[in-house]
Write a protein that binds this ligand. Structure first.
Ligand code: CMX
Length: 441
């Protein structure tokens, strides 16, 4: 642990000094222009944040510290006999900025194993919720219950020097990442497996142990979890879950509170909840058509019906991407390798042929291509995990890696309270008539 922390400290001091120089020499350079439409329409394309862990290109997709998903699948260390990267390795890469060695990853796995104890009151808190509570609500409630363990909150209350914020945020982040699989698996087994809980296996990696506690021992499912928890980890800083975590953290809310805020955002159907919506939509389509293997014409008609009812086609479109999401492609490759004849997976591939031209023909959808959520559920169903309301929890466990690595950087670099300027439409109307300005001081 000290190793990782010391490495992080050295990297953060170096970057902190570089940012100081950048700001001293170029702090008043103008970055782009803001259009009125951007202020009203979700700030698309407006550069307003710095996030070190990953960068999204509209055409090429995500790069984590410069590495694409295919590169990560090749270069990151794998479990013995494994084919997919260990997500701990991606966490190391995002945190330290360098590809980890096998030993580095073993170290992170061991640290997470050591820190994974979940206090009993967290399980009692989950148990107090009605069984029909949505798994994402249970997940956020459990994270909030874990907040009693925050070292940052305790030390801040005792009086903490601002130079040391990062140190305790680092510890809280490691603890939280370590504990999430246990909490998430508990929610799954409670809701769907009659409370028949499975104890952790201290010899397994973070994702492998999660698969084990969920109750899926098939080695291929463990491989899927390693891939899944790697590709969902980060998508630069402006997406709702990353931005919410960063924003709430900027008020010096501790990592538990900040991460819970991000997870509330992830639970929205335009963001992470889309993975449950995709499978729900496909199951409903199968029921409506009376077949598990709809042909292209049937899918086309169902898509048109969905659109005519004023609904979105879940799993398609993106606020930044303008191509097929490489996270979709990685999952498609996994499917072609391990389950090429699975009917549901094949339906997902057929939908991929049918949907883009239909969305394109609407003339307003900026990205007709599939995103990560269009594929993930079908792979889970293949292994028997049909409980689609749970899927966003898996996404959330993975997303902890990116947003908490970023939170460590935010505090290490001393980033400020985030507080953009907002305006009223009345002020905008006056500005358009030449009566005053809409920008702040
Ligand atoms: N189906 C139908 N209409 C769609 C659509 C889709 N999949 N994607 C976009 N549109 C529509 C929008 O609703 C919008 O319509 P209005 O002008 O009538 O409001 C129009 O096309 C323009 O939208 P856009 O600029 O292309 O997309 P946004 O940046 O506003 O939104 C997103 C992006 C992802 C919310 C949107 O594409 C969507 O709703 N997709 C379906 C939900 C989904 O898959 N979300 C998961 C995203 C990945 C993730 O975060 O996990």
């Amino acid at each position: 642990m000290e190793d990782l922390k010391e490495k992080f400290k050295a990297k953060a001091e170096k970057l902190g000094a570089e940012i100081k120089t950048i700001l001293k020499e170029h702090g008043n350079k103008v970055v782009g222009q803001v259009q009125l439409s951007q202020i009203y329409q979700g700030m698309r394309g407006m550069t307003g944040l710095v996030t070190e862990t990953s960068l999204l290109d509209a055409q090429e997709g995500i790069r984590f510290r410069g590495y694409t998903i295919p590169e990560l699948r090749e270069k990151l260390p794998k479990a013995p006999g494994g084919t997919e990267p260990l997500p701990e390795g991606l966490f190391y890469l995002m945190l330290i900025g360098e590809l980890p060695t096998e030993e580095d990853v073993q170290h992170v796995t061991a640290v997470l194993q050591r820190r994974s104890h979940v206090p009993n009151h967290v399980f009692h808190t989950i148990e107090a919720l009605p069984l029909n509570t949505h798994p994402m609500t249970q997940f956020v409630v459990a994270v909030m219950a874990l907040q009693t363990e925050s070292q940052f909150a305790k030390k801040y209350s005792d009086g903490l020097n601002k130079k040391d914020y990062w140190d305790v945020v680092f510890d809280d982040s490691m603890d939280l990442i370590a504990r999430l699989p246990r909490v998430a698996a508990y929610i799954y087994r409670r809701k769907y497996k009659f409370g028949d809980h499975i104890q952790p296996n201290g010899l397994l990696d973070w994702a492998g142990n999660f698969a084990h506690m969920l109750g899926y021992e098939d080695d291929k499912f463990k491989k899927l979890m390693r891939l899944y928890l790697t590709i969902h980890a980060d998508h630069e800083g402006g997406n709702v879950s990353a931005h919410a975590t960063h924003l709430v953290g900027s008020a010096l809310a501790d990592p538990y509170l900040s991460f819970a805020a991000g997870m509330n955002g992830l639970a929205g159907p335009l963001h992470g909840l889309a993975n449950q919506e995709v499978i729900k939509w496909i199951f409903e389509m199968q029921a409506a058509l009376g077949t598990n293997t709809p042909d292209s014409k049937q899918i086309e008609e169902y898509v048109k019906k969905t659109l005519s009812e004023g609904k979105v086609v879940p799993g398609y479109g993106h606020a930044v991407l303008r191509q097929t999401d490489p996270r979709f492609t990685a999952q498609m490759e996994f499917g072609k390798k391990y389950m090429p004849d699975d009917p549901l997976v094949n339906t997902v591939w057929k939908i991929y042929e049918v949907v883009p031209p239909i969305l394109q023909s609407l003339g307003k959808v900026k990205n007709p291509w599939p995103n990560v959520d269009a594929h993930s559920g079908a792979l889970l169903v293949h292994f028997g995990m049909r409980e689609y309301e749970y899927y966003t929890v898996l996404f959330g466990v993975s997303r902890s890696l990116g947003v908490l690595a970023s939170l460590c950087w935010d505090r290490a670099l001393g980033y400020a309270l985030e507080r953009p300027k907002s305006v009223t439409t009345d002020l905008v109307q006056k500005w358009l008539k030449g009566e005053g300005e809409i920008w702040g001081d």
